[in-house]
Design a protein around this ligand. Structure first.
Ligand code: HEC
Length: 263
């Protein structure tokens, strides 16, 4: 299954050269070390960028998830998650997962294009926390807190508006019809759903036909996710959806990243 979605490096290089997108020697597949400060020239740089964006979006979802008690509305006097506190936690979580310190982005050995996009994604994530109006967290209202999926969807929408990069959350049987997987996403989700699938192993592909790099980043449940997505299966959670009966550490879906490789 996963092998069908592996790199098509050779055809990409030909395509990229033909499209004039990366018409330099750097587009060679063997060029595996991205030059710091260089634009997104190689397939590996685009893949790195997609993976880091997925980790950053997921880090934000996890900070929201861990702050559930803070971002809800149980008492008017309860402390709220401020955008500044959110950003601190976001940068810490991202650093622990990627080894990249976004507080010192200049020094990071990642492509210049990735730096710009990561910076923008931090900005958009922070804006969403600042703009969170509890009563509008869910279509139809009634949910007095910011939850990971709604945060993720809002961040993804605004980020896609501002950049050329599409971000999406998806699952095999999504609660929100907007999150229904397309064919590429479904194949990857089916691979992730296999309990023997290696943890956190992304699936990516580049094809001349799609004109983009597609990357799927698997998501796993933590204890707090199970309040809504765990047992008892079928019973409504506090957002009004039936629980999926997921267990701790199980795959819960994926973040899908699409970076166009045409100019
Ligand atoms: C407070 C309840 C709640 C918690 C906690 C929660 N979710 Fe969700 N999740 C939802 C709701 C509600 C949706 C649908 C949101 C929408 O309408 O777009 C959703 C959607 C999703 C989706 C998108 C696919 C879909 O079903 O539409 C994924 C993936 C997901 N959740 C994973 C997780 C993970 C992983 C965690 C823990 C890190 C988590 N959720 C925590 C309620 C929750």
């Amino acid at each position: 299954m996963a092998s069908r979605l592996r790199w098509v490096i050779a055809s990409f290089v030909v395509f990229a050269l033909a499209a004039g997108w990366a018409g330099s020697d750097q587009a060679r597949a063997k060029d595996r070390q991205p030059e710091p400060g260089a634009p997104l020239h190689t397939i590996l740089e685009v893949e790195t960028t997609a993976r880091l964006l997925a980790i950053l979006l997921d880090s934000g979802r996890n900070v929201i998830n861990e702050n559930q008690g803070l971002s809800d509305d149980r008492g008017k006097s309860a402390p709220r998650l401020t955008p500044e506190a959110f950003e601190r936690q976001l940068l810490d979580v991202f650093y622990s997962r990627s080894g990249i310190d976004l507080r010192d982005l200049e020094a990071a050995r990642i492509p210049a294009g990735a730096k710009k996009l990561l910076k923008e994604l931090v900005l958009v994530s922070k804006e969403m926390v600042a703009e969170a109006h509890p009563e509008t967290n869910r279509p139809g209202g009634g949910l007095n807190e910011l939850i990971p999926a709604i945060f993720g969807a809002r961040v993804a929408t605004r980020f896609t508006e501002r950049t050329h990069v599409r971000l999406k959350q998806t699952a095999l049987t999504p609660r929100n019809p907007l999150n229904v997987p397309d064919a590429v996403e479904r194949t990857a989700l089916e691979a992730f759903a296999d309990p023997s699938y290696p943890r956190e192993k992304v699936i990516s592909e580049v094809t001349a036909k799609s004109g983009s790099l597609r990357l799927m980043f698997p998501l796993y449940t933590t204890r707090k996710c199970l309040d809504c997505h765990g047992d008892p299966q079928g019973e409504l959670d506090r957002t009004g959806y039936p629980r999926e009966g997921l267990t701790l550490g199980q795959n819960a879906g994926a973040i899908s990243v699409m970076i166009p490789i045409r100019p």
